[in-house]
Design a protein around this ligand. Sequence first.
Ligand code: AHM
Ligand code: MG
Length: 335
Amino acid sequence: MNKPLGVTVIRHIVDSQRLHPEATGDLSGLLNELVVAGKTISAEVNMAGLADILGMSGKTNIQGEKVQKLDEFANNTIKKRMARCGYLCVMTSEEEDDVIPVADGYEGKYTLAFDPLDGSTNIDVNVNIGTIFSVHRRRTPGGQGSKEDMLQRGRDQVAAGYILYGSSTMLVFTTGDGVQGFTLDPSVGEFYLSHPDIRTPERSKYLSINEGNRNYWPENVRGFVDLLKEKDQEKGRPYSCRYIGSLVADFHRNLISGGIFIYPRDSKNPKKPYGKLRLLYEAAPLAMLIEQAGGRAITDDGINILDIEPTDLHQRVPLIIGSKLDVDEAEGFLR
Ligand code: AHM
Ligand code: MG
């Protein structure tokens, strides 16, 4: 879809719905509610650095309210807003062991998995963090949803995206019809379309991996990373390294500039199914975005992330994600 700039996210969602006359508007309603949750979290993240100066750290703030840690605040904001939106039947959050029910009488037809504030080690140091979300249609017929509704393949997502809290706040999402990026204008509180129809470069120049874990990687991953650092004029190598340590921020950078992000299985995370990152609310939504933008996402043994049938809400997965030709090469090398 070719869209002019100056389009608000709400306008974009409403316009997209017009192309699907059969749509009930529920997905649009759901995304609108998520946008409000994202703006609320963004405002709190922006205030976080000032908290000490304004005397809001410690147990209570100046209004006498209990101060929450930012990740708890983000989790509660999404949970409370979405439980009564009327479009969901069940939710899963990185912050909660079990599924989260919706308010009685508000059951809808979708499910939501989310990482309320990804990049936990960067929360207190003013480095980019973000909220990642994944939406599926429910499987069970009605009433409250269950774990069964949550455990679905990434391939069956109806929407996925993230809100990145950085030098500006951005919303990037897909409903299976390309990837759109919006930037928050805080002076009016609106997200405006700033990155229409994002396509990620086919070949990149950047590698994102935590080199500190090198001694824990399998031999073939070490070999592949060494290859990316070798001089190869035709392929533009050696690649430069960029690693922020917030998946959502590393992903966003690579989405726009091209890059390959790798978090392989390692001997630090020895339990099956290996890896550190979570399938339902980290790997799968980003995999849908990257495929929609022309890239790829696989495990370190070549399985398409979107084809994995989840068996656990907090299942981990080794992740290789980014520019298509780089991921193709990783797949060939690691096989
Ligand atoms: P989190 O959800 O607790 O923040 O953990 C996931 C994060 C990702 O954002 C990031 O890619 C990864 O952990 C960084 O891990 P490491 O510090 O091992 O490189
Ligand atoms: Mg996370």
